[in-house]
Design a protein around this ligand. Sequence first.
Ligand code: ADP
Ligand code: ADP
Ligand code: ZN
Length: 222
Amino acid sequence: MADRTILILLGPPGAGKGTQARVLADRFGLVQLSTGDLLRAAVAAGTEAGRAAKAVMEAGGLVSDEIVLAILKDRMAEPDTARGIILDGFPRTAGQAAALDVLLAQKGEAVTAAISLEVDDAAMIGRISGRFTCAGCGEGYHDEFKRPASPGVCDKCGGTHFNRRADDNAETVAQRLKAYHAQTAPLIAHYEGLGVLEPVDAMQDIDKVAAAMGAIVARVAA
Ligand code: ADP
Ligand code: ADP
Ligand code: ZN
């Protein structure tokens, strides 16, 4: 797997990481690995990791590095990731970033690019409170910024069931933004130091952000 493309998407909750990861995955044949999605699946399945993570996630805190790393490591080794992966929501702490560097180095790999989605915090509450997702295929939508073309029907799969996340409420979002600034924002300097940081203005429309990110990936991907 020496020539896998390894992309990291950095940015606060609501920045557009999940939305853009899906676009990039389709366009470049990469696999989106969202630690949030993996953790929510573990909670739903009632695994040991899921039981440990549930209350922390509901409060808007960060799940322990140990749990997150264990879940991610297994997923990164699966055969469908051979062309490359997009890490969406990972790493989120200095410990996770260091562990990822070691894990990749052991396989002769390295981070291809860390794309930093630059946004105004003040806009994130609005993005998160309007967020909903297709229950069938996971496509993300927004009450104002990305409505399905036909109301109540998913553009991608035709599904008619949608979910809103329990942690997408104003109180929890404030906690999540705090956790982002305290523990995740410092990683921007880490990736700048590694020479792989790629900042993007993520206050633009979804399509414009997608074009800017696509141009970066086209330039750096194997
Ligand atoms: P993250 O994964 O970073 O938490 P999402 O991709 O889920 O963020 O986006 C949060 C919400 O904002 C979703 O409802 C999404 O449709 C919407 N959104 C994403 N990018 C933009 C953008 N550039 N402008 C406006 N709304 C956006
Ligand atoms: P968002 O991008 O909107 O913040 P995510 O789906 O990425 O949402 O994460 C939801 C929650 O899952 C986080 O608030 C946190 O509790 C947990 N989580 C996800 N990824 C990580 C991670 N890498 N480390 C620790 N906790 C995580
Ligand atoms: Zn769908």
